[in-house]
Design a binder for this molecule. Structure first.
Ligand SMILES: Nc1ncnc2c1ncn2[C@@H]1O[C@H](COP(=O)(O)OP(=O)(O)O)[C@@H](O)[C@H]1O
Ligand SMILES: [Mg+2]
Length: 444
C-alpha cells in the first residue's frame, strides 16, 4: 500500500490565496514554493500525488513546469489555476498532457480533497504492476534520459513555429513519433496528420498519390482525386524517407514549399494548400546531395528546423522504462503466467546495442511475450543469449562491434540466409541490414 504522501508546489504569488495545509486534510503533506525545491523533495522520496497551486504564470514558467512534469510522470498531478489561465492554449495543453485533474480559484476545499483522494486511489492502482488501466498510449515518447528530455524540449519549441522540420535518426528510433508529437503540440493539432512513406510508394504512383489528379488526367482517372498533400490541409504532412522521393517530384515539392500551391496531375490551375511539412530521413541528405540524388535547394528549404532523434544505444538508461512500457502495451498477447522480466533479461537488454532501435526492442519483447515458457522473460526468450564476456584485453567498443556481428550472424543462420527474415528478426530494415553486413564483411 502506497503512503498518502502529497507534495504541494505553490508558484509565484498563489501563496497569498491559500496555505495548502489549511485546505488539504488527512495527508502527509510536504510544501514547496519553487520547482527546484520540488525537484529536491521528489528526489528524496516518492510522492504518489502532487498539487500545483498557480495564480499567474508567464510562458517561460509554463515551459519550466512542462519539463518538470515530463520528468515526474510517475506521480498523479492536480492543478489549481486562475480561470483566465485556463484559457491560455499552452496551459490547456499542459493540463491535457500531464494532469490527473484541475480546479480553478477560488478553491472549494471539499471538492479539492475529493479530487486528491481520487488521484491517490488512481496512483495506488497504477502502482500495482498486475493491474492495467486500459492500454498505455503508444503515441507518447517514453523515456526520462537527458537525450529524450532534450528532444521533448525541442519538439515543444518547433511545434510553435510553422516552418518545415527535418528529422534525422536511425531506423526505428522514433522519427515518426517525434513528427506526430510536433503536430500534437502545434496549433494544427485538431487538423489531420498525414504520414507518407516516400520509399514505400511505387515511383509511378507517387505523384498522383501526393498531388492528386483531375478527371481524365490519364486512362482510368474517371473521377478527380485529392492527393495526400490536400488531405493534410490545415494540418501536417509527414514525409518519411524523403530522400527516396524521385528527382522530378522533388521539384514539385520544392514549389509547394516555396509558393504553398500544388498542381494536381492534369490540372492547369494551381491550388493553394496550407499544410506544414515535416520530413524525415535515416540517411544524411547532405551526402545524397553530393551524390546527385537530392536537390540542394530542397534540402535548404526542408532543413529550416533540424531535429535529430538519438539512437537507443545513446540513451540506455531508458531501456528498463521502455521495456516495461512495451510489456504493458502488448500484454494482451501474452501468456497470463508471465509476470515480468528476469534480472538476467534486464541485464541482457542493457548490454545489447539495439541496432534496430526502439522498433527492434518492440519486436523482441512481443516475441518473448508469446514464446516465453517460464514466469519471467529470459534473455533466451528475447534472443539475447549471445554471451559476450570481454575477451582478454578487449576494449568495450570491440566487444560491442563483436556483439553486433554475432547477432547478425545468428539471425542470418536462423533464417537460412534470408536477409528479409533476418532483418525482421533484428528489427531493422533490409537496407540497414545490408549496410551492417557490409560494415562487418558478412555475405548472406
Ligand atoms: N520513445 C519512445 N517511446 C515509446 N515508443 C516509441 C519511442 N520511440 C519509438 N517508439 C515506437 O517504436 C516504433 C518505431 O518508431 P518510429 O517513430 O516509427 O521510428 P522511425 O520513424 O524512426 O523508423 C513505433 O512503434 C513507435 O511507436
Ligand atoms: Mg519511420
Amino acid at each position: 500500500m502506497t503512503l498518502r504522501r502529497l507534495l504541494s508546489i505553490t508558484l509565484e504569488d498563489a501563496a497569498c490565496m491559500y496555505a495548502p495545509d489549511k485546505v488539504v486534510t488527512h495527508w502527509d503533506l510536504a510544501t514547496t514554493d519553487s520547482l527546484s525545491e520540488a525537484r529536491k523533495a521528489m528526489k528524496a522520496q516518492f510522492f504518489p500525488v502532487g498539487l500545483l497551486l498557480i495564480q499567474t504564470t508567464q510562458d517561460k514558467d509554463l515551459e519550466s513546469l512542462h519539463s518538470f512534469l515530463d520528468g515526474h510522470q510517475g506521480s498523479q498531478w492536480v492543478g489549481v489555476f486562475t480561470p483566465d489561465l485556463i484559457q491560455n492554449p499552452r496551459c490547456r495543453a499542459m493540463i491535457a498532457q500531464h494532469l490527473f485533474d484541475f480546479h480553478t480559484w477560488p478553491i472549494d476545499p471539499h471538492r479539492l480533497n475529493h479530487t486528491l483522494g481520487h488521484a491517490f486511489g488512481y496512483a495506488d492502482l497504477v502502482d500495482q504492476p498486475h493491474i492495467t488501466l486500459g492500454s498505455p498510449r503508444e503515441m507518447d515518447l517514453v523515456g526520462q534520459s537527458p537525450a529524450i528530455a532534450h528532444l521533448r524540449t525541442q519538439i515543444r519549441k518547433v511545434a510553435k513555429a510553422n516552418a518545415p522540420v527535418l528529422i534525422w535518426g536511425e531506423s526505428g528510433s522514433g522519427k515518426e513519433l517525434t513528427a506526430l508529437a510536433i503536430h500534437q503540440h502545434s496549433t494544427r493539432a485538431k487538423a489531420p496528420f498525414i504520414a507518407v512513406n516516400c520509399g514505400a510508394i511505387p515511383a509511378g504512383l507517387i505523384q498522383s498519390e501526393l498531388f492528386g489528379y483531375e478527371r481524365g488526367a490519364f486512362t482510368g482517372a474517371a473521377k478527380e482525386k485529392k492527393g495526400l498533400i490536400e488531405a493534410a490541409a490545415k494540418g501536417t504532412l509527414f514525409l518519411d524517407e524523403v530522400g527516396d522521393l524521385p528527382l522530378e517530384l522533388q521539384a514539385n515539392l520544392l514549389r509547394f514549399l516555396q509558393e504553398g500551391t500544388i498542381n494536381r496531375v492534369g490540372a492547369s490551375t494551381p491550388i493553394q494548400v496550407d499544410a506544414r511539412v515535416i520530413a524525415a530521413s535515416h540517411i544524411h541528405l547532405q551526402s545524397a546531395v553530393v551524390a546527385g540524388n537530392f536537390r540542394e535547394d530542397l534540402l535548404y528549404r526542408l532543413n529550416v528546423l533540424p531535429l535529430s532523434v538519438p539512437a537507443l544505444r545513446e540513451r540506455k538508461e531508458d531501456l528498463p522504462l521502455l521495456s516495461q512500457h512495451f510489456f504493458k502495451l502488448f500484454e494482451h498477447d501474452k501468456n497470463p503466467r508471465i509476470t515480468g522480466f528476469s534480472h538476467r533479461a534486464l541485464q541482457a537488454i542493457k548490454s545489447y546495442d539495439w541496432p534496430g532501435n526502439v522498433r527492434e526492442l518492440i519486436n523482441r519483447i512481443r516475441r518473448a511475450l508469446v514464446m516465453a515458457e517460464g514466469r519471467l522473460i529470459t534473455p533466451e526468450d528475447l534472443g539475447l543469449n549471445l554471451s559476450t564476456p570481454l575477451r582478454n584485453g578487449e576494449a568495450l567498443e570491440e566487444a560491442r562491434i563483436r556483439a553486433e556481428r554475432d547477432a547478425i550472424n545468428v539471425c542470418l543462420q536462423g533464417s537460412g540466409s534470408n536477409v528479409t527474415r533476418a532483418a525482421r528478426d533484428l528489427g531493422v530494415s533490409r537496407m540497414t541490414l545490408y549496410r551492417l553486413m557490409e560494415k562487418h564483411g558478412i555475405n548472406a
